[in-house]
Design a protein around this ligand. Structure first.
Ligand code: SF4
Ligand code: SF4
Length: 187
């Protein structure tokens, strides 16, 4: 099991393995259940990250409406629609059960969360690879907006909260049970 979790983390963006993904989720589920009292701060920060995404979302959406209809290389592909280990920590902290991973998807395949009506996920529940991806035309359009600096500050705030949440998760678990095996994050 421990080896599988490490394996999941090491391979998380290189090779999508539904079995390891499921095990990582089960492992986190157990951790959040068993150490719930120690993880209150992590859950609190995750809530603030979620709120940050909720504030940011309408600003991005405004620009999506202008830029995306003419796009010939849509970014809703598997490469951007895969939860990494930090995403799973965030989702578990919110009490959200991450959906199963579609097996066998290649990077260029349509994202598993793409429906004929668009994305089925609210922005605050989307994978990091999606939320932090801005193609050049979208970024240029965002930068031309009068509220861009406000947007940039919000994004920075969310990124800082995210780092704090992950650090807090590892230090809380280490404090609660120094012997518990968790994968090491290498950024
Ligand atoms: S965000 Fe960029 S790459 Fe993605 S659909 Fe819109 S224009 Fe295309
Ligand atoms: S999660 Fe949604 S917005 Fe992101 S790539 Fe997938 S379908 Fe597109």
């Amino acid at each position: 099991m421990e080896q599988d979790i490490d394996q999941y983390f090491i391979e998380n963006l290189r090779r999508r393995n539904p079995k390891i993904y499921r095990q990582a989720n089960q492992h986190l589920n157990t951790i959040f259940y068993s150490y719930n009292d120690h993880l209150k701060k992590v859950m609190h920060i995750a809530g603030k990250v979620k709120q940050g995404f909720v504030h940011i979302s309408p600003l991005i959406q405004k620009c999506n409406k202008e830029i995306c209809p003419a796009c010939s290389d849509v970014c809703c592909i598997s490469k951007h629609g895969f939860y990494n280990y930090e995403d799973l920590i965030y989702l578990h902290a919110l009490g959200f059960c991450p959906p199963d991973l579609k097996p066998g998807a290649k990077d260029s395949d349509p994202c598993q969360f793409l429906s004929f009506k668009g994305c089925v996920l609210e922005r605050c529940f989307r994978p990091s690879g999606c939320n932090w991806y801005f193609c050049d035309p979208l970024l240029e359009y965002l930068e031309s907006m009068p509220w861009y600096h406000e947007f940039d500050d919000l994004m920075r705030e969310v990124a800082e909260l995210w780092l704090k949440m992950i650090e807090e998760f590892f230090s809380s678990i280490n404090h609660a049970n120094p012997k518990l095996h968790l994968p090491q994050i290498h950024r």
